[in-house]
Unconditional design. Structure first.
Length: 154
């Protein structure tokens, strides 16, 4: 039971840290279009993600070694004790934080997409990229002949 509690505490700590970092990233993306602070925050997120994955792998390996399908089933098999109640509480906290992390990841990814679109727009403005009309008489005129297909006599 001590290994389960240790693992759940580690996951809880990492999930809380991930939420802090994602909040920081979201704030950076909302505050600045230049991306100030984004790189350092992303590097921090990149260091937390593998640790979270490793903790989950260790928990899955423990469950396989004890021939149990889930952590809740393992806790239910244990006698009622302080450790089992701590494990249940930690499991509930981890379960509550996982959807929060998922929502924040979705928000951050949407902001990143919008930032990319904003950068693309600004690059087009700076390069003075222009788009010609797609339909109409001026769209049918070729550059070489200055003749429109609408002027042809059939």
């Amino acid at each position: 039971m001590k290994e389960v509690i240790k693992n759940l505490r580690e996951q809880l700590f990492l999930l809380r840290r991930m939420i802090e970092l994602l909040d920081e990233l979201i704030g950076d993306l909302r505050q600045s279009s230049s991306g100030d602070g984004v790189i350092s925050t992303v590097h921090s997120i990149e260091s937390v993600m593998p640790e979270l994955s490793k903790a989950d792998v260790r928990l899955q390996e423990f469950l396989e070694a004890t021939n149990v399908d889930s952590i809740s089933a393992y806790i239910d098999r244990q006698a009622d004790s302080v450790e089992s109640s701590v494990a249940r509480r930690l499991m509930a906290q981890v379960g509550a934080l996982q959807p929060k992390v998922q929502r924040k990841l979705i928000t951050a990814s949407m902001l990143l997409v919008n930032s990319k679109k904003f950068i693309d727009f600004n690059l087009n403005v700076m390069s003075r990229a222009s788009v010609g009309p797609t339909y109409g008489k001026s769209a049918m005129t070729t550059a070489r002949s200055e003749r429109s297909i609408f002027n042809a006599n059939v």
